[in-house]
Ligand binder design. Sequence first.
Ligand code: GAL
Length: 415
Amino acid sequence: MKLNQLLSAAMAAFALSGAVAGEVEVLHYWTSGGEAKSAAELRKMMQSKGHTWKDFAVAGGGGDNAMTVLKSRVVSGNPPSAAQIKGPAIQEWAAEGVLANLDAVAKAENWDASLPVVVANVMKYKGNYVAAPVNVHRVNWLWASPEVLKKAGVPAMPKTFDEFFAAADKIKAAGLIPVAHGGQNWQDFTTFESVVLGVGGAKFYQDALVKLDQKALNSDTMKKSLETFRKIKSYTDPAAPGRDWNLATAMVMQGKAGFQFMGDWAKGEFIAAGKVPGKDFLCAAAPGTANAFTFNVDSFAMYKLKDAGAQKAQADLAAAIMSPAFQEVFNLNKGSIPVRLGMKMDKFDDCAKLSSKDFVDTARTGGLVPSVAHGMAVSPAAEGAIKDAVSQFWNNDKISVADGMKNIAKAATTQ
Ligand code: GAL
C-alpha cells in the first residue's frame, strides 16, 4: 500500500471513530469585558473537545452590526457554523432554508425536558430545533452605586418612579450624574421598555409593545410613559450620545453616576471587575416592575454546513451550549441565569437568585414579558422602526409627547 493510500485509510478510520475534530466558526457580539470572558468559556469548552474555534466577533452592543456582517456572509454562500441570533429572527433565517436541523442533538441531550416550553418553541422551526439557547437575561433592572446613593443621602433603591426622581434630584444636587446612559438606539429602547412596563404594567406592555395594538400605543398610559421617559433623559450627562453601554456601567462602578437602566449583562461587567453585589453595586427591578420580568434569551442558530468535521464540531457546540457545566460557568460570568431547567443556583449571587425566582413567579402570574429592545417580541423590521422612533424622541426635545406617540404608533405598523 502506497503512503497516500495509507494516509487516506487512516483518515477514514479516524473520521468513522466519531472522534472527528473540526473547525467551528461562531459569530457573536460579546466584546465587552464581561461578555468576552463569558464567550471565552465556550471557546475553552470546544477546544477541550479537540475542535478549532474561529472567533467571529463583531463589536457593537445589541448586535445590529453583527447582523449586518452575518447577512453578507450567508448571502455569499459562506455562513459561519453558528451565529448569535434570537427570537423571531430565528424563524426568518429558518424560512430561508439555511439553518441546520439540530434534532439529533436535542433528542440525545433531552432538550425538550430541559427547557421552558416558551423557550423551546422559539428555538424550533416547524417543530425542528434550529438553535441552541444560552441563557435568560432579565432586562428590567436598575443598577446603582451604593457609594453615590450614600453621598447623596438616598436611603434605598427606588421602587416607584416618584422615588426614582426624588433620588435623582438628590444625586444631581450632590454634583453627580443621576443616570449613566449610552446614547445608542438599542440602549434608549432598553430604558423605554422598562418605563412602559413600570408605568403601564405587564398587560399594557404586552398590548402596546408586543401586540402593537394601536389603541394602547395611542393611550394616556403611553403618553405618561413618554413623559416619564423624557424626564429620565434630563438626568443624563451631555456626553451620553454614542457612549457604549459598558462605559455607562463603568460610570456607576467608579461612583461617577448613581443609576443605569440596563439588562443584567451589566452585572457581567461588575463581576469581571471583581465587584460584589450588595457591597460594590446594587441591583433592583426597574421602578414599578418588581412583579414583572422582561426576558431576553440569547441563542445560537446553526447553519447548514458541507464538511463532515465541521458538522461534528457544530453538533458538539450545540450540545456544549445546553450542557449543565456550560450553563453554570457561562451564566456566572455573563450576569444572566441558566436557561436549562433544574440547574443548582447555589454558586450564583443574590441578583441572579432574585432573577431566577422572579422568572418562575412571573411565568405563573403573567408578569413574564419578552424584551422588544432585544429581539424577543416583534419582527426585526418592526423592532428597528420602533427603535428609531423611540430614539428620535429621546434625542430631540423638540418632538412633543403627542408627536412622539404618533411616530411610535406609525413605526409599529412596519411589516
Ligand atoms: C443583548 C444581548 C446580551 C448583551 C447585550 C449587550 O442584545 O442579548 O447578551 O450582549 O445585547 O451587547
